[in-house]
Ligand binder design. Structure first.
Ligand SMILES: *Cc1c(COP(=O)(O)O)cnc(C)c1O
Length: 368
């Protein structure tokens, strides 16, 4: 890793492997008896696939991701745990890797089964996650398509099958009971293993854990719920987006701030300009009033987010001048701001903020 001093612009994304491990352990604690796939898709929700894999290499029961080539890379880097392809294979060309690298693969449509039948032999072990569509209406077999899948499965006698589904409203009022009911109806007298739960189900619906759970967002320390904070759930933030104030302006009442002049200063304001903009992955649609912390104190953004900068109100933080530390989200020298609060203010979710952090932002690895 390069020293921070190598970069002149002060924005950094700090990743804490110890927090990822602590959050993984919480997922284990909350699912006694179940095994836990660490979901590291989407570059580990923007935290870096290898950073997450290395943080959990010694303890994850398995790793779940999307692309065959990433799964193969994990195997070639001596990851010995099961690896799950969450969307299964994308073409017949992926079958060889599934067999050779012993990848566990979701099957959600008949075509995937046909590719596996054509590309594998009965003496080659095969681990499949048969996905049932119970109301998410994205991937999986329904009452109409399941009989054909079962027929095709008979031509893969070597396959060890786990039944899986995915809940659409585990974090909401409608809950999961209605989908569980459909799942049971589809599963019939199935006695084999089950995989049902993402983070929201792990934390809120202990009756629906099954044999293998699939936590993603909770590993990275954000809450899957709009009405319960990550801290209240016992999660630790794994990502901190930090920067510094690079300029201070004293603005008279009635002046406007930034592109489009969307914010009018109500009274004389001490305004801080922070080296962080939408080209760093900070959401441009974050309105005036989005929380951040400067020099240990919470404040809010004012005006539109530009490509490389945003502005904030420093009226109540007189000690914060150029160079003052800023926390955009997470916990750092600038203070603490839960990513979920920034996401809520910007009308999105922590998942999207994490995934959007731009490659130009230098990464600093926390102590592991
Ligand atoms: C991404 C994903 C998960 C993880 O969901 P979180 O809400 O991040 O916990 C679980 N299961 C499947 C099938 C997924 O695609």
């Amino acid at each position: 890793m390069m020293r921070s001093a190598t970069y002149s612009r002060p924005i950094r994304v700090h990743i804490a492997p110890a927090a990822i491990r602590a959050n993984y352990r919480l997922a284990k604690q909350r699912t006694p008896g179940a095994r836990v796939w660490a979901v590291v898709k989407a570059n580990a929700y923007g935290h870096g696939q290898w950073r997450a894999v290395d943080a959990l290499r010694g303890e994850a029961d398995g790793f779940a991701l999307l692309e065959c080539e990433n799964a193969v890379a994990l195997r070639e880097a001596d990851v010995s745990q099961p690896i799950l392809l969450l969307e299964g294979i994308f073409s017949a060309a992926d079958v060889a890797a599934v067999v050779e690298y012993r990848l566990t693969t979701v099957v959600h449509c008949a075509e995937q089964l046909e590719w596996l039948i054509a590309g594998s032999r009965p003496e080659q072990p095969l681990a499949l996650y048969l996905k049932l569509n119970t109301g998410m209406n994205r991937l999986g077999f329904t009452a109409v398509t399941l009989p054909r899948a079962m027929e095709l499965l008979r031509r893969l006698p070597q396959a060890e099958v786990t039944l899986m589904t995915h809940f659409a409203e585990a974090d909401g009022e409608r809950g999961i009971a209605w989908q569980l009911e459909r799942f049971r109806a589809l599963a019939g007298d199935w006695r084999g293993p089950l995989s049902l739960a993402n983070s929201a189900v792990i934390l809120r619906h202990p009756a629906a854990h099954g044999d293998w759970v699939r936590p993603g967002i909770m590993l990275y320390g954000a809450s899957p719920f709009a009405d319960q904070s990550a801290a209240a759930l016992g999660l630790r933030p794994a990502m901190t987006l930090a920067s510094r104030v690079i300029a201070v302006q004293e603005i008279e009442a009635g002046e406007r701030v930034g592109y489009g002049g969307t914010f009018t200063v109500p009274r004389r304001m001490r305004l801080g300009v922070v080296a962080c903009g939408y080209a760093d992955g900070y959401p441009r649609h974050a309105p005036s009033g989005t929380p951040l912390a400067v020099a240990g104190r919470r404040t809010v953004t004012v005006g539109r987010v530009s490509m490389d900068m945003l502005a904030c109100d420093l009226s109540d933080i007189p000690a914060a001048g150029p160079g003052a530390p800023v926390t955009l989200w997470g916990e750092g020298e600038g203070g603490a701001v839960p990513v979920d609060e920034v996401a809520a203010a910007a009308g999105t979710i922590a998942y999207e903020l994490f995934c959007a952090v731009a490659p130009r932002v230098p990464v600093v690895l926390g102590e592991s």
